[in-house]
Design a binder for this molecule. Sequence first.
Ligand SMILES: Nc1ncnc2c1ncn2[C@@H]1O[C@H](COP(=O)(O)OP(=O)(O)OP(=O)(O)O)[C@@H](O)[C@H]1O
Ligand SMILES: [Mg+2]
Length: 263
Amino acid sequence: MRKICIINQKGGVGKTTSAVNLAAGISRNNKKVLLIDLDAQGNIQTSIGATSQKTLYHYLIENAELTECVSILGKNLDIIRSDETLTKAETIINKLPKDNFTVLREKLDGIKGYDYILLDCAPSLGILNQNAMLYADEAIIPVSTDHLGMDALTKMHEAIQQLNDHFDHTLKITRIVPTLHDARIKSSKELLAQMQNEHYETLAEPIRTNSKLKEAPKAMKSIFAYAPSSRGAKDYEALVRLVLGDEIHHRTNGLKSYAATET
Ligand SMILES: Nc1ncnc2c1ncn2[C@@H]1O[C@H](COP(=O)(O)OP(=O)(O)OP(=O)(O)O)[C@@H](O)[C@H]1O
Ligand SMILES: [Mg+2]
Protein backbone atom coordinates (compact mmCIF):
# COMPACT_ATOMS: atom_id res chain seq x y z
CA MET A 1 0.00 0.00 0.00
CA ARG A 2 1.36 3.41 -0.95
CA LYS A 3 0.65 6.20 1.50
CA ILE A 4 1.06 9.59 -0.13
CA CYS A 5 0.47 13.07 1.29
CA ILE A 6 -0.21 15.86 -1.19
CA ILE A 7 1.27 18.75 0.67
CA ASN A 8 2.55 22.31 0.46
CA GLN A 9 2.15 24.88 3.21
CA LYS A 10 1.47 27.50 0.55
CA GLY A 11 -2.22 27.95 -0.22
CA GLY A 12 -3.91 27.73 -3.60
CA VAL A 13 -1.17 25.81 -5.42
CA GLY A 14 -3.35 22.95 -6.68
CA LYS A 15 -3.13 20.44 -3.82
CA THR A 16 -6.83 19.59 -3.82
CA THR A 17 -7.07 19.65 -7.62
CA SER A 18 -4.10 17.27 -7.79
CA ALA A 19 -5.36 15.02 -4.98
CA VAL A 20 -8.84 14.64 -6.48
CA ASN A 21 -7.64 14.04 -10.03
CA LEU A 22 -4.82 11.73 -9.00
CA ALA A 23 -7.24 9.71 -6.89
CA ALA A 24 -9.77 9.51 -9.73
CA GLY A 25 -7.10 8.75 -12.34
CA ILE A 26 -5.34 6.08 -10.29
CA SER A 27 -8.65 4.42 -9.42
CA ARG A 28 -9.46 4.23 -13.15
CA ASN A 29 -6.38 2.06 -13.49
CA ASN A 30 -7.75 -0.76 -11.39
CA LYS A 31 -6.13 0.39 -8.18
CA LYS A 32 -8.18 0.76 -5.06
CA VAL A 33 -7.81 4.29 -3.72
CA LEU A 34 -8.81 5.99 -0.48
CA LEU A 35 -8.69 9.78 -0.57
CA ILE A 36 -8.70 11.53 2.80
CA ASP A 37 -9.47 15.22 3.22
CA LEU A 38 -7.22 16.79 5.85
CA ASP A 39 -8.57 20.29 5.39
CA ALA A 40 -11.35 21.70 7.57
CA GLN A 41 -12.55 23.68 4.55
CA GLY A 42 -13.83 20.36 3.23
CA ASN A 43 -12.78 21.06 -0.32
CA ILE A 44 -12.91 17.47 -1.43
CA GLN A 45 -16.50 17.03 -0.42
CA THR A 46 -17.47 20.07 -2.48
CA SER A 47 -15.13 19.14 -5.34
CA ILE A 48 -16.19 15.61 -6.00
CA GLY A 49 -19.11 14.91 -3.69
CA ALA A 50 -19.08 12.77 -0.57
CA THR A 51 -22.14 11.74 1.32
CA SER A 52 -20.95 9.86 4.39
CA GLN A 53 -22.77 10.73 7.57
CA LYS A 54 -19.56 11.01 9.56
CA THR A 55 -16.22 12.65 8.87
CA LEU A 56 -12.53 12.30 9.61
CA TYR A 57 -13.18 14.03 12.94
CA HIS A 58 -15.49 11.20 14.00
CA TYR A 59 -12.99 8.59 12.88
CA LEU A 60 -10.05 10.21 14.67
CA ILE A 61 -11.66 11.49 17.83
CA GLU A 62 -14.94 9.67 18.41
CA ASN A 63 -13.79 6.22 17.31
CA ALA A 64 -16.52 5.98 14.66
CA GLU A 65 -16.47 2.91 12.43
CA LEU A 66 -14.60 3.41 9.18
CA THR A 67 -17.68 2.39 7.19
CA GLU A 68 -19.63 5.30 8.69
CA CYS A 69 -16.97 7.78 7.60
CA VAL A 70 -16.26 6.50 4.10
CA SER A 71 -18.15 7.62 0.99
CA ILE A 72 -17.95 5.23 -1.92
CA LEU A 73 -17.51 7.24 -5.09
CA GLY A 74 -16.79 4.51 -7.58
CA LYS A 75 -15.72 0.92 -7.97
CA ASN A 76 -12.23 1.75 -6.76
CA LEU A 77 -12.55 5.15 -5.14
CA ASP A 78 -13.47 5.83 -1.52
CA ILE A 79 -13.30 9.13 0.34
CA ILE A 80 -13.16 10.22 3.96
CA ARG A 81 -14.50 13.74 3.98
CA SER A 82 -13.83 16.54 6.43
CA ASP A 83 -15.61 19.69 7.44
CA GLU A 84 -15.16 22.38 10.07
CA THR A 85 -15.24 19.72 12.83
CA LEU A 86 -11.66 18.92 11.81
CA THR A 87 -10.60 22.15 13.53
CA LYS A 88 -11.95 20.69 16.76
CA ALA A 89 -9.97 17.51 16.15
CA GLU A 90 -6.82 19.59 15.65
CA THR A 91 -7.36 21.40 18.94
CA ILE A 92 -7.93 18.12 20.78
CA ILE A 93 -4.83 16.53 19.24
CA ASN A 94 -2.78 19.62 20.07
CA LYS A 95 -3.76 19.34 23.72
CA LEU A 96 -2.90 15.67 24.10
CA PRO A 97 -0.26 15.29 26.79
CA LYS A 98 1.92 13.05 24.58
CA ASP A 99 2.19 11.24 21.26
CA ASN A 100 0.21 13.91 19.48
CA PHE A 101 2.27 13.56 16.33
CA THR A 102 1.24 9.97 15.72
CA VAL A 103 -2.53 10.05 16.28
CA LEU A 104 -3.24 9.86 12.56
CA ARG A 105 -0.73 7.09 12.03
CA GLU A 106 -2.19 5.00 14.83
CA LYS A 107 -5.73 5.41 13.52
CA LEU A 108 -5.00 5.06 9.82
CA ASP A 109 -2.65 2.11 10.22
CA GLY A 110 -5.76 0.03 10.87
CA ILE A 111 -7.07 0.73 7.37
CA LYS A 112 -6.37 -2.10 4.94
CA GLY A 113 -7.52 -3.14 1.52
CA TYR A 114 -6.33 -0.17 -0.53
CA ASP A 115 -3.51 0.12 -3.04
CA TYR A 116 -3.21 3.87 -2.46
CA ILE A 117 -4.10 6.18 0.40
CA LEU A 118 -3.88 9.83 -0.65
CA LEU A 119 -4.04 12.67 1.87
CA ASP A 120 -5.09 16.12 0.70
CA CYS A 121 -3.40 18.42 3.20
CA ALA A 122 -4.38 21.92 4.27
CA PRO A 123 -2.00 24.84 3.59
CA SER A 124 -0.14 24.76 6.88
CA LEU A 125 2.56 22.97 8.81
CA GLY A 126 0.32 22.49 11.83
CA ILE A 127 -0.13 19.39 13.92
CA LEU A 128 -2.46 17.62 11.48
CA ASN A 129 -0.04 18.01 8.61
CA GLN A 130 2.83 16.85 10.79
CA ASN A 131 0.69 13.83 11.60
CA ALA A 132 0.06 13.31 7.88
CA MET A 133 3.77 13.48 7.11
CA LEU A 134 4.53 10.95 9.83
CA TYR A 135 1.91 8.58 8.46
CA ALA A 136 2.89 8.86 4.80
CA ASP A 137 5.86 7.23 3.10
CA GLU A 138 5.77 9.62 0.19
CA ALA A 139 5.04 13.28 -0.42
CA ILE A 140 3.85 14.76 -3.69
CA ILE A 141 4.35 18.50 -3.64
CA PRO A 142 2.38 20.66 -6.04
CA VAL A 143 4.32 23.90 -6.60
CA SER A 144 2.89 26.92 -8.36
CA THR A 145 5.16 28.24 -11.09
CA ASP A 146 5.14 31.76 -9.70
CA HIS A 147 7.77 33.69 -7.81
CA LEU A 148 6.69 32.38 -4.39
CA GLY A 149 6.61 28.77 -5.55
CA MET A 150 10.34 28.09 -5.18
CA ASP A 151 10.41 29.64 -1.75
CA ALA A 152 7.56 27.39 -0.60
CA LEU A 153 9.32 24.37 -2.07
CA THR A 154 12.52 25.13 -0.15
CA LYS A 155 10.50 25.46 3.05
CA MET A 156 8.78 22.11 2.42
CA HIS A 157 12.15 20.42 1.84
CA GLU A 158 13.40 21.82 5.15
CA ALA A 159 10.24 20.86 7.04
CA ILE A 160 10.40 17.27 5.77
CA GLN A 161 14.10 16.98 6.54
CA GLN A 162 13.55 18.24 10.11
CA LEU A 163 10.62 15.91 10.67
CA ASN A 164 12.52 12.91 9.32
CA ASP A 165 15.52 13.72 11.52
CA HIS A 166 13.48 14.36 14.63
CA PHE A 167 11.25 11.30 14.38
CA ASP A 168 13.64 8.99 12.58
CA HIS A 169 11.12 8.84 9.75
CA THR A 170 11.68 8.27 6.03
CA LEU A 171 9.16 10.46 4.26
CA LYS A 172 10.40 10.85 0.71
CA ILE A 173 9.45 13.52 -1.79
CA THR A 174 8.62 11.31 -4.75
CA ARG A 175 7.27 14.00 -7.03
CA ILE A 176 7.29 17.75 -7.32
CA VAL A 177 4.46 18.86 -9.58
CA PRO A 178 4.69 22.30 -11.20
CA THR A 179 1.14 23.66 -11.29
CA LEU A 180 -0.75 26.60 -12.74
CA HIS A 181 1.81 26.74 -15.49
CA ASP A 182 1.42 29.20 -18.34
CA ALA A 183 4.24 29.08 -20.86
CA ARG A 184 3.14 32.45 -22.29
CA ILE A 185 4.15 34.11 -19.04
CA LYS A 186 7.89 34.71 -18.87
CA SER A 187 8.22 34.25 -15.11
CA SER A 188 6.24 30.98 -15.25
CA LYS A 189 8.59 29.66 -17.95
CA GLU A 190 11.68 30.77 -16.05
CA LEU A 191 10.51 29.17 -12.82
CA LEU A 192 9.79 25.92 -14.57
CA ALA A 193 13.30 25.96 -16.04
CA GLN A 194 14.75 26.61 -12.57
CA MET A 195 12.76 23.70 -11.12
CA GLN A 196 13.96 21.48 -13.96
CA ASN A 197 17.55 22.39 -13.12
CA GLU A 198 17.27 21.97 -9.39
CA HIS A 199 14.87 19.03 -9.12
CA TYR A 200 15.43 17.10 -12.33
CA GLU A 201 14.98 13.67 -10.72
CA THR A 202 11.67 14.30 -9.01
CA LEU A 203 10.03 16.88 -11.25
CA ALA A 204 6.83 15.90 -13.03
CA GLU A 205 5.65 17.47 -16.26
CA PRO A 206 3.83 20.74 -15.52
CA ILE A 207 0.07 20.97 -15.06
CA ARG A 208 -0.94 23.83 -17.29
CA THR A 209 -3.50 26.42 -16.33
CA ASN A 210 -6.77 25.19 -17.76
CA SER A 211 -10.24 26.57 -17.10
CA LYS A 212 -11.78 23.08 -17.22
CA LEU A 213 -9.84 22.21 -14.05
CA LYS A 214 -11.58 25.10 -12.32
CA GLU A 215 -15.01 24.14 -13.65
CA ALA A 216 -14.86 20.40 -12.89
CA PRO A 217 -15.30 20.77 -9.08
CA LYS A 218 -18.40 22.89 -9.64
CA ALA A 219 -19.85 19.93 -11.54
CA MET A 220 -18.55 17.66 -8.72
CA LYS A 221 -16.56 15.64 -11.20
CA SER A 222 -12.96 14.72 -11.79
CA ILE A 223 -11.38 16.24 -14.89
CA PHE A 224 -11.53 12.81 -16.56
CA ALA A 225 -15.31 12.67 -16.19
CA TYR A 226 -15.90 16.37 -16.81
CA ALA A 227 -13.69 17.15 -19.79
CA PRO A 228 -11.78 14.04 -20.89
CA SER A 229 -10.19 15.68 -23.92
CA SER A 230 -9.13 18.89 -22.15
CA ARG A 231 -5.52 19.91 -21.54
CA GLY A 232 -6.20 19.47 -17.82
CA ALA A 233 -7.20 15.83 -18.35
CA LYS A 234 -4.11 15.23 -20.52
CA ASP A 235 -1.79 16.77 -17.94
CA TYR A 236 -3.29 14.86 -15.03
CA GLU A 237 -3.33 11.66 -17.06
CA ALA A 238 0.43 12.07 -17.56
CA LEU A 239 0.85 12.61 -13.82
CA VAL A 240 -1.21 9.50 -13.05
CA ARG A 241 1.03 7.48 -15.42
CA LEU A 242 4.12 8.83 -13.72
CA VAL A 243 2.86 8.04 -10.22
CA LEU A 244 1.82 4.54 -11.29
CA GLY A 245 5.23 4.11 -12.90
CA ASP A 246 6.91 5.11 -9.65
CA GLU A 247 5.22 2.10 -8.06
CA ILE A 248 7.23 -0.27 -10.25
CA HIS A 249 10.37 1.81 -9.84
CA HIS A 250 10.17 1.73 -6.06
CA ARG A 251 9.25 -1.93 -5.94
CA THR A 252 12.25 -2.91 -8.01
CA ASN A 253 14.39 -0.79 -5.73
CA GLY A 254 13.34 -3.11 -2.96
CA LEU A 255 11.60 -0.50 -0.86
CA LYS A 256 8.99 -1.99 1.41
CA SER A 257 5.36 -0.88 1.49
CA TYR A 258 4.82 -0.69 -2.24
CA ALA A 259 3.98 -4.33 -2.74
CA ALA A 260 0.47 -4.65 -4.16
CA THR A 261 0.10 -7.99 -2.40
CA GLU A 262 -0.13 -6.17 0.92
CA THR A 263 -3.48 -4.71 0.02
N1 LIG B 1 -4.14 23.90 -13.50
C1 LIG B 1 -5.12 24.71 -13.09
N2 LIG B 1 -5.73 25.53 -13.98
C2 LIG B 1 -6.71 26.39 -13.59
N3 LIG B 1 -7.15 26.48 -12.33
C3 LIG B 1 -6.59 25.69 -11.40
C4 LIG B 1 -5.55 24.76 -11.73
N4 LIG B 1 -5.17 24.12 -10.59
C5 LIG B 1 -5.95 24.61 -9.61
N5 LIG B 1 -6.79 25.55 -10.09
C6 LIG B 1 -7.75 26.36 -9.32
O1 LIG B 1 -6.99 27.14 -8.40
C7 LIG B 1 -7.66 27.22 -7.15
C8 LIG B 1 -6.76 26.61 -6.07
O2 LIG B 1 -6.57 25.23 -6.37
P1 LIG B 1 -6.66 24.13 -5.22
O3 LIG B 1 -7.89 24.32 -4.40
O4 LIG B 1 -6.46 22.82 -5.87
O5 LIG B 1 -5.38 24.53 -4.40
P2 LIG B 1 -4.97 24.09 -2.93
O6 LIG B 1 -3.49 24.08 -2.89
O7 LIG B 1 -5.68 22.84 -2.56
O8 LIG B 1 -5.55 25.29 -2.07
P3 LIG B 1 -5.61 25.35 -0.46
O9 LIG B 1 -4.22 25.61 -0.03
O10 LIG B 1 -6.54 26.50 -0.19
O11 LIG B 1 -6.13 24.04 0.02
C9 LIG B 1 -8.97 26.47 -7.34
O12 LIG B 1 -9.96 27.40 -7.68
C10 LIG B 1 -8.70 25.53 -8.51
O13 LIG B 1 -9.88 25.23 -9.23
MG1 LIG C 1 -6.87 22.38 -0.86
